[in-house]
Design a protein around this ligand. Structure first.
Ligand code: PMP
Ligand code: GLN
Length: 392
């Protein structure tokens, strides 16, 4: 293994899911639903396979049906107009989109700013692209009302501004944010956008949790801010929105020059993405609003269930505004090492969780934080809470 990758070992998600299988513990680690997405969308995939749609190499940018559906989604929800032929690219999940964007846009030695804690593939993709990672740490604190109920991790805009140098090429953004559950506010996004314009930076924004915003206004794409359309690569995927994480269908929207760049990298990574699922995801994006509302409401109830269960079990809880993860602080339980805690948790309580420290360069900053996923059936969350309540 070369030096660029050796530092990254095995992804924490594979490691912790293997631990769950080995110990029979409840897996609240890796974020995947334990119930599959809509039956009618599964049927659409079966129909595509049976009818021979997409069984041979689909077009490089993705099948027209899906590109049209992505363009319609961005237009109807966010007022962002993208030409499906030149401004949309289908990828093998958001993961490939992120990697391809960085490989395409970063020169060796360029600096890439990422919000820390960051989703684990960001660091590896920046390294593969030959870039230098510059983490800007989200700081835990009380929310705007000063109380524990709206405690959140927030972006320090001065720290972000100070992180920009003459070598900065792009800001890699993620909102709603995994693992903290923070949703960047309109003001925060406006400040990031103004900085990007002022310093002539690109923004690559990972919005895979766009439909999982529980409080306040709906998701806001940074591409919709003044001066941002031409410098933003927006990434999303079907995994979270439709509960098909195994399908690996993602997409990019950006101006033609940026989409062409990302496609130049994608063509040599996977050439094209799997065909039949693209037709099914095109139908999924056109589901009625009730589907999206239903998913959000269901997950909001699960967020509340798990958040209050964890608080009752003695954790300090950062109730997330978005995503399907709750970050907790384990210090009230007399623990301060999330790694050790998560390694021992299957034995102690029969539950698997993720130590947030793996998402930090400044590991000591992340040490006391542990993430639990709530994209699971209610009975599973209840059983996990029951088990965790015996910790203290
Ligand atoms: N970005 C974030 C923030 C994620 O949590 C995930 C996990 N699904 C991904 C990207 C990867 O998405 P996909 O499965 O579509 O590759
Ligand atoms: N995004 C999921 C999570 O954060 C996991 C995806 C993966 O395993 N790579 O848990």
């Amino acid at each position: 293994l070369n030096r660029r990758l050796a530092a990254f070992g095995t992804t924490i998600f594979a490691e912790m899911s293997a631990l769950a299988v080995r110990t029979g513990a409840i897996n609240l680690g890796q974020g995947f639903p334990d119930t599959d997405g809509p039956e009618e969308i599964r049927e659409a995939a079966v129909r595509a396979l049976r009818d021979g749609r997409g069984n041979q190499y689909p077009p490089g940018p993705g099948v027209p049906e899906l590109r049209n559906a992505v363009a319609a989604h961005q237009r109807e929800r966010y007022g962002l107009t993208y030409d499906p032929d030149t401004e949309v690219l289908v990828t093998a999940g958001a993961t490939e989109a992120i990697a391809a964007a960085l490989i395409a846009l970063v020169e060796p030695g360029d600096e890439v700013i990422a919000l820390e804690p960051y989703y684990d593939s960001y660091a590896a993709s920046i390294a593969i692209a030959g870039g230098t990672r510059v983490p800007v740490t989200l700081r835990p604190g009380d929310g705007p009302h000063g109380g524990a109920a709206d405690r959140r991790f927030h972006l320090d805009l001065d720290e972000l501004r100070d992180a920009v140098t003459d070598r900065t090429r792009l800001i890699l953004l993620n909102t709603p944010h995994n693992p903290t559950g923070t949703v960047l506010s309109r003001e925060e996004l406006a400040a990031v956008a103004a900085l990007a314009v002022e310093r002539d930076l690109l923004v690559v924004t990972d919005e895979v949790y766009e439909h999982l915003v529980f409080d306040g206004p709906a998701h806001l794409p940074i591409a919709s801010f003044p001066g941002m359309r031409e410098r933003t690569v927006t990434i999303s995927s079907a995994g979270k929105t439709f509960s098909f994480t195994g399908w690996k269908v993602g997409w990019v929207t950006a101006v033609p020059e940026l989409v062409t760049a990302v496609r130049s990298a994608k063509q040599f990574l996977t050439y094209v993405s799997s065909g039949p699922f693209q037709y099914a995801v095109a139908e999924a994006l056109a589901l009625p609003q009730a589907y999206f509302d239903g998913l959000r409401d269901e997950l909001r109830a699960k967020r509340d269930l798990l958040s209050s269960g964890l608080a009752a079990a003695g954790f300090e809880v950062y109730r997330p505004a978005g995503t399907y993860f709750v970050t907790t602080d384990i210090r009230p339980l007399g623990e301060d090492d999330g790694f050790a805690f998560c390694r021992a948790l299957p034995e102690r309580a029969g539950v698997v969780a993720i130590p947030n420290a793996v998402f930090y360069d400044h590991r000591e900053q992340g040490a006391p934080f542990v993430r639990f996923a709530f994209c699971k059936r209610k009975v599973v969350i209840e059983e996990a809470i029951e088990r965790l309540s015996k910790l203290r």
